[in-house]
Design a protein around this ligand. Sequence first.
Ligand SMILES: [Zn+2]
Length: 186
Amino acid sequence: MENKNILIGDYLGTIEEFVPGDGTYAEEGKIYASNMGKLILDRENHIAKVDGKFPLQLKNGQVVFGEVLDLRKNSVTVIVRKLRGFKGDVDIKTGLFISNISDEYIEKPQDAFAIGDIVKGIVIKVNAGLVDISTKGNLGVVKAFCRRCRSPLIKSPKFPALLLCPCCGNKEKRKIAIDYGNVAEL
Ligand SMILES: [Zn+2]
C-alpha cells in the first residue's frame, strides 16, 4: 500500500502499529486516511501519514467541532473547524436541521444555539458536497458566550438546561453537550 495513491477513508493500519499522523484519523483503534495522497509509513517513529494537499472531505459518523455561523427558521449553519482524530484545522460548511438538533422538540434554533457557539456534532449525511450534521443525544454546545457581555458561559449546577454567565449573571438556554467546557480538541 505504501507509495500508492490513498483515498479518503482508506484503512491504513491499527493504532498498535502506528501513531496516526498528518492526513489520517483514528477510529476504534484503526487508522484511516483523511486526505488523498501518498501513504508514508515512518517505521522508525511508528507514524502513518498521508502526504497530500487535497481538500479534506467529511464522511458519515465523523465527530466534528464547529462554530455557529447563522441561525435560520429551520436550520443552523455550522462551519466545521476541527475533526476528532485529525490535528489540522479545517473549514467546511455544514447544515444542521432543526429536527436533528435534539431528541426533544425544538421550536426554533435560537432556543438551542447562538451565533458564535462552538458545537460538537456528528456527520449524518454527505451528498454532492452538502454535509448534514446532528447534535442529538450527548452532543451539542461545548463552548458558548454570553449574549450580553460575551464572557464564556459555564454550566449551571442547579439547572442542567441552562448556562450561566459568571460576569453578569445572565442565564441562557442551549442544547448543551454532556462534555460542555471539557473538550480536548478545542
Ligand atoms: Zn454576561
